[in-house]
Design a protein around this ligand. Structure first.
Ligand code: KIV
Length: 255
């Protein structure tokens, strides 16, 4: 998929993006008709059990991007470049290419790095930007752009990224007023997480939406299923049936 095709997403009414990290989840999201799958570096927290995203490596991301691309046949796949892999143009080009070879249609990078974005786009790699709360470098996980000065900086960064030709920008944890101001001003697609309804699309971490971690429930996450409960109940039933001799029964055994 080339940059021009990706830019046409702006015409889709409310683009929906979710993260996925493995083959089976990618297959489910893809058959549901999801627009975009992000192989996010949130992998670090939700799959690998780290505190944040900073320990995630290229090797981790490429392995999981390959798994996702095996499962998704139609959705656009975006690979999230981990911290330290796009600090200079050489690294950015080399590592972005690895995502493309792994089957990603585009890559995402955090912050406004004009020379890196320009080099990636000139080399034919579609780029998704990410502004507002930047988990790779944030010291504190809080809403960004509440104060005028910070809001103006995020707005200016969005205009610059748009001018450089990114096909989309993720806006994470910014006030509704700011995400609306940006969405109205840019030509590229805005995708919000904790950024209100004015964005062109929305993204959530799939494990959050599915209620996989009962201890994690920030304001901007809506839980659509309670899978941790469902899984625990299934495991308890299995344990009980094995212990009392009900499983395996005749129907699940070979003669
Ligand atoms: O890594 C990730 O999952 C992300 C989303 C929160 C946008 O960057």
């Amino acid at each position: 998929m080339d940059i021009e095709q990706l830019k046409r997403l702006k015409d889709v009414r409310k683009v929906v993006m979710l993260t996925a990290y493995d083959y089976q989840m990618a297959k489910i999201l893809d058959t549901a008709g999801l627009d975009i799958i992000l192989v996010g570096d949130s992998l670090g927290m939700v799959v690998l059990g780290y505190e944040g995203t900073r320990q995630v490596t290229m090797a981790d991301m490429i392995r999981h991007t390959e798994a996702v691309t095996r499962g998704a046949k139609s959705a656009i796949i975006v690979g999230d470049m981990p911290i330290g892999t796009y600090g200079n143009i050489g690294d950015a080009l080399k590592n972005a290419q690895k995502f493309i070879e792994a089957g990603a249609d585009a890559i995402k990078i955090e912050g406004n790095k004009p020379e890196i974005v320009e080099a990636l786009i000139s080399s034919g790699v579609p780029v998704m930007g990410h502004l507002g709360l930047l988990p790779q470098t944030a010291e504190e996980f809080k809403v960004r752009g509440k104060r005028r000065e910070e809001a103006d900086r995020i707005y200016a960064d969005a205009l610059e990224l748009d001018g450089l030709g990114v096909f989309s920008i993720v806006l994470e944890c910014v006030p509704i007023k700011l995400s609306k101001r940006i969405t109205d001003a840019v030509g590229c697609l805005t995708i919000g997480i904790g950024a209100g309804a004015a964005c062109d699309g929305q993204v959530l971490i799939v494990n959050d939406l599915l209620g996989m971690d009962e201890d994690f429930n920030p304001k901007h996450i809506k839980i659509y299923a309670h899978l941790s409960e469902t899984i625990r109940e299934a495991v308890l039933r299995f344990m009980e049936e094995v212990k009392n001799g009900k499983f395996p029964d005749d129907a699940h055994s070979f003669h």
